[in-house]
Design a protein around this ligand. Structure first.
Ligand code: 3HC
Length: 311
C-alpha cells in the first residue's frame, strides 16, 4: 500500500492544489524543483551582464534610468528565487558555487553578446517576452513559493518587455541607420530567443515528470509556439521581419509554422561553449570573490548585533 503522506501528496497534485514547504514531498519532486528554481535564479543574475554592458553607454538619462531599473529588477528576481530554493532546503552559497564551477546551468540566451544599443531593446521585447511566456504558467506551478514568486516577477517582466518595445519603436521612427541597427539585432536574437524554451518535446528529459507533478503546465514546444504567435504581429507593428523563411501563417492550425532552431548550437551553448559563457562565468566568479569581504562584514555585524540583543 502507498504510505499516507505519498497518497496525500498525489491527491493534492491531482486536485491542482499547492504543495507547501512543510508538506511531505517525494525526493525527486524536491530535487527537480531545486534544479529548476536554482537555474532560473542563476539566469536572472547572469542576465544582468549583457544589458549591464550598456548602462554607461545609454543615449539619454531616461534610457539609462529605465535600464538601471530593469537590471536592478533582475537582481531582485534572482535573490527572490534563491529564497524559494531555500524553502526546499537548498543552500544559496552552495548553489552559487555550482553555478561558478559549471555544475548548474543558466539560460542559454545570456551567452550571446550585446553588440549594439538596439540589442537592449530587442532583449526587452523578445527575451523578456519569451520569459513572460514561460513564467506566466509558472504562476500556477504546484509548488507554492515558486508560483507566488512568479506572480511578482511577471508584473515586473511586463514593464521590461514594454520598455524594450518602446525603445525599438522610437528607433524605427528614427534614421535609416537606426532602422537597420534594429533589424540586424532582431536577426541575431530571434533564434536564440526560441531556444530559451528548451529542447523539442521529444528531446526534453525532464518535461514528462515536470508535467505530471504540475511544476510545468505546458511543454517546451507549446510555449515556443505561443511565443511565435504572439511575436509576429508585434514585429509587423514595429516594421521588422524575423530571419526565418519558413515562418508562415497556417490557417488550418490557426498558428504560425516556423523553421527549426539549430539544436546543435543550443547543445554547444548549454554545454558551456557559447560565445560568452567563459566571460559570463569569469565575471560572476570575480564578483563573488571581490564581494567576500562584504559578506564577512555583514555576517560579523549581524553576529555582534545578536550578541548585544542577547546580552
Ligand atoms: N538554457 C539553458 N539550459 C536549458 C535551456 C536553456 N534555454 N532549456 C533547457 N535547458 C536544460 C535544462 O535545464 C535541462 O538540463 P538539466 O537537467 O541539467 O537542468 C536540459 O536542458 C533538458 O531540458 P528540459 O526541457 O528537459 O528541462 P526542463 O524541464 O527544466 O525545461 C526550462 C527547461 C523550460 C528552461 C525550465 O527549466 C523552466 O521553465 N525554467 C524556469 C524558467 C527559466 O529558467 N527561465 C529563464 C529565462 S531567462 C529569465 O527568466 C530572465 C528574464 O528576466 C529575462
Amino acid at each position: 500500500t502507498v504510505a499516507e503522506p505519498e497518497r496525500s501528496f498525489e491527491a493534492a497534485i491531482a486536485a491542482d492544489q499547492r504543495i507547501e514547504p512543510r508538506d511531505w514531498m517525494p525526493d525527486g519532486y524536491r530535487r527537480t524543483l531545486i534544479r529548476q528554481i536554482a537555474q532560473h535564479a542563476h539566469s536572472e543574475i547572469i542576465g544582468m551582464q549583457p544589458e549591464g554592458n550598456w548602462l554607461t553607454r545609454s543615449p539619454s538619462l531616461r534610457r539609462k534610468a529605465i535600464l538601471m531599473a530593469k537590471v536592478q529588477d533582475e537582481a531582485g528576481h534572482g535573490l527572490y528565487l534563491y529564497s524559494a530554493t531555500e524553502t526546499l532546503g537548498a543552500d544559496r552559497a552552495e548553489l552559487t558555487g555550482m553555478l561558478i564551477e559549471g555544475r548548474q546551468k543558466y539560460s542559454s540566451i545570456f551567452n550571446y553578446p550585446t553588440l549594439t544599443y538596439a540589442d537592449v531593446g530587442v532583449i526587452g521585447w523578445l527575451v523578456d517576452g519569451a520569459a513572460i511566456c514561460n513564467q506566466v504558467p509558472l504562476c500556477r506551478s504546484s509548488y507554492g513559493p515558486y508560483a507566488r514568486a512568479m506572480i511578482r516577477v511577471c508584473k515586473e517582466e511586463s514593464f521590461h518587455q514594454r520598455q524594450g518595445f518602446e525603445l525599438l519603436a522610437t528607433m524605427m521612427r528614427g534614421t535609416a541607420e537606426q532602422r537597420k541597427m534594429v533589424q540586424e539585432a532582431v536577426n541575431r536574437w530571434w533564434w536564440p530567443a526560441l531556444m530559451m524554451f528548451g529542447p523539442p518535446d521529444d528531446r526534453s528529459p525532464n518535461s514528462a515528470q515536470s508535467m505530471a507533478w504540475r511544476i510545468k503546465r505546458h511543454t517546451n514546444d507549446e510555449l515556443r509556439q505561443r511565443f511565435v504567435d504572439m511575436s509576429v504581429p508585434q514585429a509587423e507593428a514595429l516594421g521588422v521581419t524575423f530571419p526565418d523563411p519558413d515562418l508562415t501563417w497556417n490557417a488550418e492550425r490557426g498558428s504560425y509554422d516556423f523553421g527549426d532552431p539549430d539544436w546543435s548550437e543550443f547543445m554547444q551553448v548549454i554545454g558551456g561553449n557559447g560565445a560568452c559563457n567563459v566571460e559570463r562565468i569569469a565575471n560572476r566568479r570575480a564578483a563573488h570573490e571581490n564581494g567576500a569581504w562584504v559578506r564577512e562584514a555583514a555576517t560579523a555585524f549581524a553576529r555582534r548585533e545578536s550578541t548585544k540583543e542577547n546580552a
